[in-house]
Ligand binder design. Structure first.
Ligand SMILES: NC(=O)C1=CN([C@@H]2O[C@H](COP(=O)(O)OP(=O)(O)OC[C@H]3O[C@@H](n4cnc5c(N)ncnc54)[C@H](OP(=O)(O)O)[C@@H]3O)[C@@H](O)[C@H]2O)C=CC1
Ligand SMILES: O=C1OC[C@@H](O)[C@H](O)[C@H]1O
Length: 400
């Protein structure tokens, strides 16, 4: 057997998800039956201070030779990296990714990919021009649970999908210390759509778009309703009604409802209390596949078929991992000590792509990332939601 390819990672930013990702890189891949790739955290940069980057590397158990940088520019100039993971707020993804691509770095960029689709297209074009790998870090697509759900759909066990109900809310309202919080600050491209709605859309797209034949699948038409968070004007609740054309053989259209809220508790409370209420339901004429909360990191599915089949499955994240100590807004520890977080699945996919010379993620290509940002653009436009000009621009470099 060939020895695994070691992928040398840099991490840009040192916040919550950066720490979870950094810790996941050190989880032994054999615990998830992965033998072709391994990861090494070899550098991290903090825009706050080099001391912060040093502390971050220690928290992530990075090897002693890992380099700490006090600026993102210094990280971009490091010649010893295979790829860089961007973990800044949405507002900064475009500028950060452009910095890295210009410096010749492969990039894995956290969701939501960019503030708008013009920026997503500009990044895809830059990556293409430079022959670099570029992927949106929509980790949920890479879980074995998601592979199983897609297989259920592709194997026709529930028949052609007719409807998807997809919900992801976070119980944050009233819990922000101030209006600078990442979730509600327009200067950080806050708002529930880019933060959480993208997961509701992810499940709709896994069921009704990426599982359809590439040659015939078509973008949906849709309508949306948006409520706003009064103190800052960002979106606080979004409901999207979608209609997907189906191919000639299936006929008609499939419907989807994708919703998200920063004030409701159904997702997090359901996860904390082990509720039996699914928040994703993918329905066809022969039955349905359900996914239980939270939608971004589900660990439980249920298949119910009209022939009497009842298939419950648990999908714990492998470990042992270091635990990120990552709490949701309801106080539930989403990644207790001893468990992996689950970000290693997307890291594996990116590392595998580098080995094979692929330029995009295998479960979410750039075209689909761009299409989803296009939809979010239109929802924001219809609701009169615009971020500050320097966040929406495709100019580079712009100081934010
Ligand atoms: N996949 C998932 O499950 C999750 C994904 N996310 C996504 O990850 C990204 C970051 O979220 P999260 O880690 O929660 O955010 P945090 O606020 O915890 O961290 C963001 C980091 O970005 C850097 N940063 C640079 N400029 C700014 C700025 N002007 N204001 C604030 N931070 C800045 C800081 O690092 P430094 O000072 O070191 O430069 C900061 O620590 C978002 O895109 C979010 O949607 C978030 C949570 C979960
Ligand atoms: O991606 C995310 O998943 C989990 C949420 O708690 C967080 O707000 C979001 O950014």
């Amino acid at each position: 057997m060939d020895s695994p390819r070691i992928c040398r990672w840099g991490i840009l930013a040192t916040g919550g998800i950066a720490r979870a990702f950094g810790k996941d890189l050190s989880v032994d891949p054999s615990t998830r039956s992965v033998t072709d790739v391994r990861h090494e955290l070899v550098a991290a940069a903090s825009s706050s201070s080099i001391t912060r980057a040093e502390q971050f590397l220690r928290e992530c158990d990075a090897p002693s030779h890992a380099k700490a940088y006090g600026s993102y520019q210094d990280l971009a100039a490091d010649p010893n990296l295979d790829i860089v993971y961007i973990a800044t707020p949405h507002s900064h993804h475009y500028q950060n990714a452009m910095l890295l691509l210009e410096a010749g770095k492969n990039v894995l960029c956290e969701k939501a990919f960019t503030v708008n689709a013009r920026q997503a297209r500009a990044l895809a074009a830059k990556a293409g021009e430079k022959g670099l790998f570029l992927m949106e870090g929509m980790w949920t697509r890479y879980f074995p649970l998601s592979t199983y759900v897609r297989e259920v759909i592709l194997s026709d066990r529930i028949g052609p999908v007719e409807r998807v109900l997809s919900e992801h809310s976070l119980p944050y309202a009233g819990r922000f210390e101030d209006d600078d919080h990442i979730m509600v600050n327009p200067r950080l491209a806050g708002g529930i759509l880019l933060d959480a709605g993208i997961y509701s859309l992810t499940w709709v797209f896994q069921a009704l778009y990426s599982t359809q034949p590439a040659a015939t699948r078509q973008p949906p038409t849709f309508k949306s309703i948006v409520a706003k968070y009064a103190p800052t004007g960002v979106d606080s609740m979004v409901t999207i009604l979608m209609e997907f054309p189906r191919d000639e053989e299936q006929g008609g259209t499939a419907h989807a409802v994708a919703s998200c809220s920063m004030g409701l508790s159904n997702d997090a409370v359901a996860a904390a209390t082990d509720s039996v209420i699914p928040n994703i339901r993918i329905q066809g004429p022969k039955g349905e596949i359900q996914v239980f909360p939270p939608a971004y990191r589900p660990t439980r599915t249920r298949l119910i078929l009209k022939d009497g089949t009842f298939e419950d499955k648990q999908w714990p994240q492998p470990g042992p991992g270091a635990g990120s100590g990552w709490f949701n807004g309801w106080g539930s520890n989403l990644n207790p000590e001893g468990q992996g977080h689950g970000l290693f699945w997307e890291a594996d996919d990116a590392a595998r792509a580098l080995t094979n010379g692929w330029k995009e993620g295998s479960r979410l290509g750039l075209d689909e990332s761009i299409l989803i940002v296009d939809i979010m653009d239109e929802i924001r436009r219809d609701a009169g939601l615009e971020y500050p000009e320097e966040l929406e621009t495709t100019d580079y470099p712009v100081q934010l």
